[in-house]
Design a protein around this ligand. Sequence first.
Ligand code: WT7
Length: 647
Amino acid sequence: MTSNAIESVLQETRKFPPPAEFTTQAHISSVEQYEEMWNRAKDDPAGFWGEISQNLDWFQPWQKVLEGQMPETKWFVGGKLNVSHNCLDRHLTTWRKNKAAIVWEGEPGDTRTLTYQELHREVCKFANVLKKLGVVSGDRVTLYMPMIPELAIAMLACTRIGATHSIIFGGFSSDAVADRNNDAQAKLIVTADGGWRRGKEVTLKPAVDESLAKSPSVEKVVVVKRTGSDVTMVPDRDYWWHDLMEGTSADCPAAELDSEHPLFILYTSGSTGKPKGVLHTTGGYLLGAMMTTKWVFDLKDEDTYWCTADIGWVTGHSYVVYGPLANGATSIMYEGAPNWPHEGRFWEIIEKYRVNIFYTAPTAIRAFIKWGDQWPNKYDLSSLRLLGSVGEPINPEAWMWYHRVIGGERCPIVDTWWQTETGGIMVSPLPGITATKPGSCTRPLPGVVIDIVTDKGESLGPNQGGLLVIKQPWPSMLRTLYGDHQRFKDVYFGKLDGMYFAGDGARRDEDGYCWVMGRVDDVLNVAGHRLSTMEVESTLVSHPAVAESAVVGFPHELKGEGICCFVTLKTGAGDESLKKELINHVRKLIGAVATPDQIRFTNSLPKTRSGKIMRRLLRDIAAGRESVGDTTTLEDYNILAKLRDEE
Ligand code: WT7
């Protein structure tokens, strides 16, 4: 244990300068260049972002770069543009028109490549389909789909006509779909019969059918035939994608939309209450996604780029679809699991497509480590030139493995810190210039002004842990929580006046490098996905046997955090079969991502005198640690000992 601790300290002081060959060819290739950009963006944001905005195609130029102050900001005021035009049409007048935009691989091994021209045609056709079904600019459209090209097509088709998409990860249950449909008042939903995951079909259409009984705003359903399984089609409500597309015109001019037109809603977990509908708008978001893709991944036209995230999460929005396509890149999209039909599937894909840039999550990396080096070692990974990580702090051990086994000690690693709310990467190495340290996301990108502060907003010195805040507005920041602007102001700006509080704790070291220490509120980070403890708790309490519950995370080897549920029953003691029942109950109502790892029955929960559950203590118990913290506010001291025994 002791030697281990010393070793990890040593690892953290290790520094990996970028290889000289990488630096020479990089978009941002000197520290001076970065500092000049960063200072300019800080001192003259309008001048900086105004110039950078020329990387987009505008139908009508903006009059003002930035209006207002946080939290009420508008970017590129008066400007008109279209996301699908910027991701597609503008490449068609260049040599890129026959370049692969999306290279897709299904889990069973089927493949599809869509060139920019082909993708454009499909998008225009589906945009016309949406119009035919009554969707107009400003309407919300839910997308609940597997990782198939039709998902990207549907997203871009929405943007083409000004419909706001709300993507729901395919692992969520029908209740989650209904809640989100209702919150967004979605008019139409695009889904599929199902998708493939570990050789089995994950059905989607049945969940949509169930959800629609509870979300009456949805009038029409479009269904992609992916697996061919039996589905029920309701006349005048449900339509097959392929039937609608047949004979539909591919001529659909891109709508000229205001820079602040709502582009998408993406639901994410908060510590209390229902999921938050993070709203992103057109100009600022796209510029953020485009430029961060170019700077952080040092993206070049000849690169084959692969971000393994599901499009149901923000990483997929910004770094599978919008960022890469705005840059005219080739983006790989894979439908299935990393271990199907074998644990080498990702490495096989890298070898097959000669992938140059690979972006994945620490939770996946830990699984790769567990499966063994023999899998990556079987394949030729020499095409890789850059690796990325996102979703949670990457432990130095996993970083070192990624560097050595996947990167062949030659690829820089970009550990990218950001959030659904930030729209794009905020703090990250720039691979041509940053000497990386395993476990640190290093320094903020140009245009990003961060600080580490006390809960009173005072700046902290080197190596003092505090709250990570953002002090200046940035183009791709969320504009509101859909339908609840007050909550938006309270959650992100209510704690510290004039600053955006990200919810994360962090420290900065003596080199100004940022080390994110995880979330400070009651949000779990399970396999890189944010889940609300509150949602899991209320789901448990919805079971007739349960009186009260408290849900906490605990360190989990693969998932980063596992879910531990302390449950008080209405009557009697729980047994194994009730544990199973409760686990299934949560799975069914929230989805497989929220599957509890542990259920612990207890007669009482530790509470403060004011009745607040002391999660910190429960976290210690779940992790098998002795509680050393302050327990003076605890109502009943005996509870702690009891909780341990009740295991
Ligand atoms: C939270 C955001 C950003 C896309 C994926 C998750 C954690 C994310 C890192 C990183 C340390 C990270 C934070 C953040 N997080 N990336 N590189 N290092 N922590 O998006 O669901 O909005 O979650 O994920 O806690 O606040 P999200």
